[in-house]
Design a protein around this ligand. Structure first.
Ligand SMILES: [Zn+2]
Length: 328
């Protein structure tokens, strides 16, 4: 966890150690940045029976376990009911909190997608935030900070959750049991943990990587074969715009790796599973050529975003990648 959101974690750690835990926190950041995980960690820190080093939840006591399983009686979760969080939901929460904690004097509530509160719900919550019952803590979670009312914001300590760096994401994927080679590659393509996990476990992605390498190799042989391969394999697999874009990213990463080998910075390689093949290809091309090809791919990515016909775009790219070749 330390490696995932170091800044956010440090804030949490310091407030616990210094005994300055706020009544309300707002965890803010894009999807997949670990907001719920940090929220869970804060909840455990509050209820853990045997904190380690004075701030870390032990993960093994009864309370830690119940929080992991989502069944601690003094922890409440509010989520959008349909499209919004309604006033009634906040009122129910307030009634619940008017009673003391079932087991301890503490209570905690989490509001997920807090930006989806209706104005009435937000105003109800505001009263609650202004006069918190002793021993209560609120954790609000949002991906849309700009949609939170300033009056709510001013009552919360905001903890920003920034997108994960590729290095951190890679470690996180490995910790989740993803093969190291795959983790390295996927971490280059997204900074969203959920998405990265999804792709890592997806056959589509493994197949995509194969097709990209194949395209590069066919390109070296003949333009005609490359065109045939586009029709038969590439477009059979990369159908939607998002998929084509990911395919182009994979091709770009493959070329980057060739360049890293030529530059002798092999520790930067991301297609770890293709190492020997990369080394062989790196001998048969030049840095100048690779740079030109990478520029052509970036150009195609821009055209894709501008809604150029994918068929034309890919054919143009294949031709450009072959141009002026001492490549064959
Ligand atoms: Zn514990």
């Amino acid at each position: 966890m330390e490696r995932v959101q170091p800044a956010a974690l440090k804030m949490v750690k310091n407030s616990i150690l210094k005994g300055r835990v706020a009544h309300a926190y707002l965890l803010e950041g894009s999807r997949g940045t670990g907001k719920r995980e940090i929220g869970l960690l804060m909840a455990k820190s509050m209820f853990c029976l045997t904190l380690v080093d004075g701030y870390k939840p032990c993960e093994v006591c009864l309370n830690c376990k119940r929080i992991s399983h989502g069944n601690h009686p003094d922890i409440h979760l509010v989520e959008p009911d349909g499209l919004s969080i309604k006033k009634g939901q906040i009122q129910l929460l307030q009634e619940e909190f008017a009673k003391t904690g079932v087991e301890s004097q503490k209570k905690l509530y989490t509001i997920v997608h807090a930006d989806k509160m209706t104005v009435n719900a937000a105003n109800s919550l505001l009263k609650f935030l202004e006069e918190p019952y002793p021993g209560t803590m609120a954790i609000l979670i949002t991906e849309q900070l700009q949609q939170i009312l300033p009056t709510i914001l001013s009552r919360c300590q905001v903890i920003p959750m920034r997108p994960l760096s590729p290095e951190l994401l890679e470690k996180k994927l490995e910790a989740a049991g993803i093969d190291a080679n795959k983790a390295r590659l996927v971490a280059q393509l997204t900074n969203n943990l959920e998405e990265a996990l999804e792709w890592s476990r997806d056959d589509w992605f493994a197949q995509a990587q194969k097709i990209v390498v194949e395209l590069y190799e066919v390109l070296k042989k003949s333009p005609l074969e490359a065109m045939t391969m586009l029709q038969e394999d590439w477009f059979g697999h990369f159908k939607e715009k998002g998929q084509i874009d990911r395919g182009l990213d994979l091709l770009l990463l493959f070329l980057k790796d060739l360049l890293y080998i030529q530059l002798g910075t092999t520790e930067k390689i991301v297609n770890l599973g293709e190492r020997s093949r990369l080394e062989q290809h790196a001998l048969q091309t030049s840095g100048r050529r690779l740079t030109g090809q990478m520029a052509a791919i970036l150009d195609s990515k821009r055209k894709l975003q501008a809604n150029m016909n994918p068929q034309l775009l890919m054919e143009e790219l294949v031709l450009k990648m072959q141009e002026g070749s001492s490549f064959v």
